[in-house]
Design a protein around this ligand. Structure first.
Ligand code: NAD
Length: 427
């Protein structure tokens, strides 16, 4: 590349997940077709990033300000697509990385989207439902110039759900003066949501885990599974593993870590969590220290919470055969190297958790055509896309002796950069 000035965020000391994304691009770049090399720099720079101020009136009459973000990492293959996260630690760097992973992920499962992501730096537990609605609506209004059914389509992520998507869809529709259901996915069914969307990410995690297990001749029935994060992704993954006869022996969330070597009752734990808001005191299980979660011997480890949970501090101690990344960016590059040396198979996020965006794609298509599919149809199409993507990545990894993450990035980057090269530069 000609030495144009580096963007400010690349010289910062604390780069966070964006730095990890850049390292992943660094690793894969030499493996790409040489004709694509001049375009790799596009992946190192988000196409556009917006920081917005979100002032709201609290229930007590005071005014509070929150910081929100929306990033389009790359739109070479289509409109931006990616979730919205509400979390007290959200930063621009994190949203940039999450948008970058969406670019790769959407290309890996070959849905016609670019990569985008959004977030608000807020702890939703501190807000009443009415305050949460005001934050969401003001955020949707502030980013309305960036989103739209053919521009960028947000979806749920950590601490956001179908209700938040309904508020976003309504706010955007009010700004437009007409009802636009296709502006977000992960909506309630009554507003053009899709059957199967709520479980889609967990289902994709389960399908890719099953495909990986087949390669290792590892039966799912009786396999021990541990899951970090018991929200949209973690709960559905745990439930689907249990339904297939696996034993979910440990679950960790922000409130605690529960174990039972004979297998936890996933639905009883879900009920306890919805009744009490905590895993503590859940039936038929023991509470252990958070750090001890990582050393539990198991066949499958599903991280389904935050980034960088598997790192140089615990990678050496992990006693799983297969890690299936429900979360985005749960494994640092250092940990990846350690796990690779130890022969632990990592099914990477850009493949393993792509079930959510795949069914979001189905939802978007259904909204455009105003014709809705059955749940069976959705699940069958999802399974085929996930299994085919897994096979392609496994075959490439096997052929060139690559980790699955590298193979997935080769396939994803190749699709994105081919589109980029074909489009050329404007003006
Ligand atoms: P969620 O808000 O529904 O659940 C998050 C879970 O993580 C909760 O159980 C929470 O208690 C737990 N958690 C938070 N901080 C934790 C900590 N420090 N230690 C242990 N547990 C902690 O969120 P979600 O939608 O299930 O998303 C989880 C992950 O999956 C995120 O990385 C997200 O980007 C990724 N993901 C989500 C989707 C989707 O469709 N929702 C799709 C692809 C990827």
């Amino acid at each position: 590349m000609h030495t144009s000035q580096l963007p400010s965020y690349i010289s910062s000391e604390n780069l966070g997940p964006w730095h990890i994304f850049l390292e992943q691009i660094e690793q894969v770049a030499p493996l790409l077709d040489k004709r694509l090399w001049p375009w790799v720099e596009t992946l190192r720079r988000p196409k556009r990033s917006l920081i917005v101020d979100i002032p709201i009136r609290l229930d007590n009459g005071e005014i509070a300000h929150f910081e929100g973000y929306r990033v389009h990492h790359n739109t070479s293959r289509g409109p931006g697509k990616g979730g919205v996260r509400f979390h007290q630690d959200v930063t621009l760097s994190e949203v940039m990385a999450l948008a970058g992973w969406m670019t790769i992920k959407n290309a890996v499962v070959n849905v016609p989207f670019g990569g985008a992501k959004g977030g608000i730096r807020v702890d939703p537990r501190d807000l009443s439902l009415a305050e949460l609605e005001r934050v969401t609506r003001r955020y949707a209004s502030e980013i309305s110039m960036m989103i739209g059914p053919d521009k960028d389509i947000p979806a749920p992520d950590m601490n956001t759900n179908a209700m938040v998507m309904a508020w976003m869809m309504d706010t955007y529709s009010m700004v437009q003066g007409r009802t636009v259901t296709g502006v977000v996915t992960g909506k309630p069914l009554a507003l053009g949501g899709s059957l199967g969307r709520a479980d889609a990410t967990g289902r994709g995690v389960f399908v890719t885990a099953r495909q990986a297990a087949r390669k290792l001749n590892l039966p799912i029935a009786g396999a021990r599974v541990i899951v970090q994060g018991f929200g949209n992704v973690g709960e559905a993954s745990a439930r689907l593993f249990a339904a297939a006869g696996a034993k979910v022996i440990a679950i960790q969330d922000v409130s605690g870590t529960v174990v039972n070597a004979a297998g936890l009752d996933v639905s009883a734990i879900k009920q306890h969590l919805s009744d009490t808001g905590s895993l503590r005191g859940a039936p038929d299980c023991e509470l252990i220290a958070a750090d001890d979660f990582w050393t539990i011997p198991c066949e499958f480890l599903v991280p389904a919470a935050l980034e960088s949970q598997i790192n140089r501090h615990n990678a050496q101690k992990i006693a799983a055969r297969i890690i299936v990344e429900g979360a985005n960016g749960p494994t640092t590059p250092e940990a990846d190297a350690i796990l690779g040396e130890r022969g632990i198979v990592v099914v990477p996020d850009v493949l393993a958790n792509a079930g959510g965006v795949t069914v979001s794609y189905f939802e978007w298509v259904q909204d455009f055509s105003s014709f809705f599919w059955s749940e069976e149809e959705i699940n069958q199409r999802l399974e085929k896309i996930m299994a085919d993507a897994f096979e392609a990545i496994w075959a490439l990894a096997d052929k060139h002796r690559l980790p699955l993450r590298t193979a997935a990035f080769v396939i994803g980057c190749d699709r994105v950069l081919q589109a980029r090269a074909l489009r050329g530069l404007y003006p």
